[in-house]
Design a protein around this ligand. Structure first.
Ligand SMILES: Cc1cc2nc3c(=O)[nH]c(=O)nc-3n(C[C@H](O)[C@H](O)[C@H](O)COP(=O)(O)OP(=O)(O)OC[C@H]3O[C@@H](n4cnc5c(N)ncnc54)[C@H](O)[C@@H]3O)c2cc1C
Length: 377
């Protein structure tokens, strides 16, 4: 009898897991993949949207294009998770699973920062990135502050990538001299596990006259006075504030009892939760890796190997590698790379390769490869 596998969330983790299981266990698994959206958008495609370089349809991987035997996609919103009974309720159905995988990612708590909704903008969500394009087209002079409000946050290099791409955007429009850009962070460097990558990013920011303000915690915005208020009682004036919002698990995860101290705790080796037959991958977990798609992907690979060994009754699965290759945009079509290794229990490393056109081609291949593998096209 085939196993019923229900995957909640068709993002980086959910798509990787469904495609691996479908390929490895044909006829042995019935996979139901559920997402509230009709398509997936890579995190880095938000830069395309924010700068108006592509439209939403152009950067979307539509789920109706999935042609993987054994995978059925349902566009539904999950309203309740009962991990003890491996049961999911959506706005249209309910599902019982032999194996339930929660891959619902992180959502943003905009209201958690007083004044942010009224006084700031963000590019971390698809609607936020699209709305920001109009704002950037209108912005002609003044101080633009990129403020990292909470942590953990997705893709640690992204705020600095945004700053570098904003420098390029305003330079192309001939108004860079009228705009000050800064990045405000709680950390001392852009990417603490990668000293080389951090050094290179700091050098690139300096060349572009973009201060990286360290050790600063933004707690609120004063939209009237256009000030970002900091924990130490200080304030940072801005004309345009782009915030990296506080991240949290989706409400449906919090209500399920799966999360503890904010995120879902998992076994570092195979991403199982404390509930038998229930796993969690990606940003929704407290696995000891940064919140990034490539780690959601390697976590999904570990769950897949574990389930393949269990269901087929053969093989010894490798534990979660904690590895991921992150690409970093430097403008001018150049892309750098970090080969991050967060193998649980060891000191993280992330050696950096300097930006090049060859790495830009690698990144384009990375996207093409995922599109083909996940959709089966
Ligand atoms: C600007 C930016 C740049 C980035 N750049 C990179 C990068 O270069 N490399 C990289 O690796 N990562 C990058 N990321 C991070 C990356 O996008 C995320 O870490 C990654 O998508 C996490 O994968 P996931 O599977 O955990 O969650 P997600 O991909 O977020 O998927 C979660 C899915 O769950 C669905 N969902 C949530 N709640 C419900 C519900 N109640 N019902 C039904 N469906 C629901 C969502 O619609 C979503 O499709 C970037 C992020 C941003 C914002």
């Amino acid at each position: 009898m085939s196993k019923k596998i229900v995957i909640a969330g068709a993002g980086f983790g959910g798509l990787e897991l469904s495609s691996r299981l479908a390929e490895a266990l044909p006829g042995q698994v019935e996979i139901t993949l559920i997402d509230k959206n009709k398509g997936f958008v890579f995190g880095f495609s938000k830069f395309e949207l924010m700068f108006g370089r592509a439209t939403l349809p152009e950067v979307s991987l539509y789920y109706h294009d999935i042609v993987k035997p054994g995978v059925e996609f349902r566009q539904e919103t999950i309203t309740a998770i009962d991990p003890g009974n491996r049961r999911l309720t959506t706005d249209r159905n309910s599902y019982e699973a032999d194996v339930l995988v929660v891959a619902l990612g992180a959502e943003y708590d905009i209201e958690g920062t007083p004044g942010f909704a009224a006084g700031g903008h963000e590019f971390y969500s698809v609607p936020g990135a699209i709305a920001l394009n109009d704002v950037l087209q209108e912005f002609k002079s003044g101080s633009l502050v990129i403020g990292i409000i909470g942590q953990p946050f997705k893709c640690p290099p992204a705020p600095c990538e945004a700053a570098i791409l904003l420098d390029e955007f305003f330079t192309e429009r001939g108004i860079r001299g009228d705009i000050e850009i800064s990045v405000v962070s709680q950390w001392d460097v852009p990417i603490p596990p990668s000293p080389e990558g951090s050094e290179f990013i700091l050098k690139s920011l300096k060349q572009r006259v973009i201060p990286f303000v360290t050790g600063t915690v933004i707690t609120a915005l004063d939209p009237e006075k256009k000030l970002a208020l900091t924990k130490d009682g200080g304030s940072i004036p801005y004309d345009l504030f782009l915030g990296i919002p506080i991240h949290r698990v989706p409400a449906v995860v919090k209500e399920s009892g799966l999360s503890e101290d904010g995120w879902i705790p998992v076994d570092d080796r195979n991403l199982s939760t404390k509930f038998p037959g229930v796993y969690a991958v990606g940003d929704v977990t407290s696995a000891p890796v940064p919140k990034a798609g490539v780690f959601a992907e390697s976590a999904a690979q570990a769950v897949a190997e574990h389930l393949i060994a269990e269901i087929s009754g053969s093989g010894e699965p490798d534990p979660f590698s904690g590895r991921g290759t992150c690409y970093v945009e430097f403008g001018g079509g150049l892309v750098g790379r970090m080969n991050a290794d967060f193998f649980p229990g060891t000191r993280p490393t992330a050696p950096f390769s300097e930006p090049s056109l060859a790495l830009a081609r690698d990144k384009a291949d990375f996207v093409r490869n995922r599109r083909a593998r996940w959709l089966g096209t």
